[in-house]
Design a protein around this ligand. Structure first.
Ligand code: PMP
Length: 369
């Protein structure tokens, strides 16, 4: 599974998920949820008490972040350098926010000066940024942006679905107010749970809203109680937590803790460099020009000239039993995307992908024009 997600699930995590189902309100499950909360705090590098996992995929966490922090009529600013900024803008529009965007071409990113200019012009309540833009392969720099948001009294919302665990991110130090990820990328757990955390500033805004969030399911007051984050002595039934998904999420966090976050970042960086050098040696071009802005977990390769990208991905799947993918949103037709996440981030995986790509370029149809 070398697409941009899901990634392969190791046996240890699969086995954890195959344990018997027990009631979602049993004390044993609460203990597991507490472990998950600690694991997420470590992975996110945050002390936030309001840290939990939403039942659902990355999109559920996106909606949880936006639906809770934004009220109708409020201003939202979304940084669009791929599909994720577009989707965040769409979600905010659906709940009646006044949405503005800053736009960079696919493969590009924003300077702090550009971000500050937009913050001062639109005065948003929330600013959305994708740390790992998986549709274009960009790793966005984070330094100083949280501080800028706070200067303009704005909450800083970051999507780290594609980057979390694979590239340095310090939620508290970076001044991030809302951060979320997914289970099926670097964590190598099955899709279906989405870690999320809210800063004290974010909670202040959320718990002093004038209106109720549009979603009952994603209402943070309910989720906070279910996850034991609201200080109340007992937890009340909200929804039936996906207990087996909690088992695997907990195990995947344990794997990350055992390796150590910094070791994981370093491994992803080294393996990505090895992969990128191998691609360039084959004469292929990387889509993201600036080296430091290349996402180590998802690589975008300029679609090889004269080939049909779909024939390449289909050939590699059929002949080598490997999944790689084409572009997404604005990068469709422009790139091939290869994900090397969690246990898949290894030199052995890179060698497999490079061999498959070489073979595909030899056997797929190449037009002469
Ligand atoms: N954000 C980013 C950066 C992603 O890569 C993805 C998944 N490709 C999502 C959000 C959405 O996650 P999901 O597919 O789990 O809903």
């Amino acid at each position: 599974m070398f697409g941009p997600g899901p990634s392969n699930v190791p046996q240890r995590i699969l086995e954890a998920g195959s344990n018997p189902v027990i009631g979602h309100m049993h004390p044993e499950i609460f203990e597991i949820m507490n472990d998950i909360k600690s694991g997420i705090q470590y992975m996110f590098q945050t002390q936030n008490n309001m840290t939990l996992a939403v039942s659902g995929t990355g999109h559920t966490a996106m909606e949880c972040a936006i639906f809770n922090t934004v009220e109708p009529g409020e201003s939202v600013l979304s940084a669009v350098n791929g599909i994720w900024g577009e989707r965040a803008a769409d979600m905010a529009e659906r709940i009646g926010a006044r949405v503005n965007t800053i736009v960079a071409p696919p493969g590009g990113f924003f300077t702090n000066a550009e971000i500050e200019q937009a913050l001062s012009k639109y005065r948003p309540a929330v600013f959305f940024l994708a740390h790992g833009e998986s549709s274009t392969g960009v790793l966005h720099p984070l330094d100083g942006i949280g501080q800028l948001c706070h200067k303009y009294n704005c909450l800083f919302l970051v999507d780290s679905v594609a980057s979390m665990g694979g590239a340095p991110l310090y939620m508290d130090q970076h001044g991030i107010d809302i951060l979320y990820t997914g289970s099926q990328k670097v964590l190598n757990a099955p899709p279906g749970t989405a870690p999320i955390s809210f800063s004290e500033r974010a909670c202040q805004k959320i718990f002093n809203r004038r209106t109720k969030p549009v979603s009952f399911f994603l209402d943070l007051s309910w989720l906070a109680n279910y996850w034991g984050c609201d200080g109340k002595p007992s937890r009340v039934y909200h929804h039936t937590g996906p207990v087996t998904a909690f088992y695997s999420l907990r195990e995947s966090l344990a794997v990350l803790v055992e390796e150590g976050l910094e070791n994981s970042w370093e491994r992803h960086e080294k393996v990505a460099e090895y992969f990128h050098a191998g691609l360039e040696n084959m004469g292929l071009k990387l889509f993201v020009k600036e080296k430091k802005a290349r996402l180590p977990t998802v690589t975008t390769i300029v679609a090889p000239h004269g080939y049909d990208w779909k024939e390449i991905t289909t050939y590699i799947m059929k002949t080598h039993n490997l999944e790689i993918s084409g572009g997404l949103g604005p990068s469709v037709g422009m790139v091939l995307r290869v994900g090397l996440m969690g246990c898949n981030s290894s030199k052995a995986s890179v060698d497999m992908v490079l061999m498959a790509l070489k073979d595909a370029l030899k056997h797929c149809h190449k037009s002469k024009v």
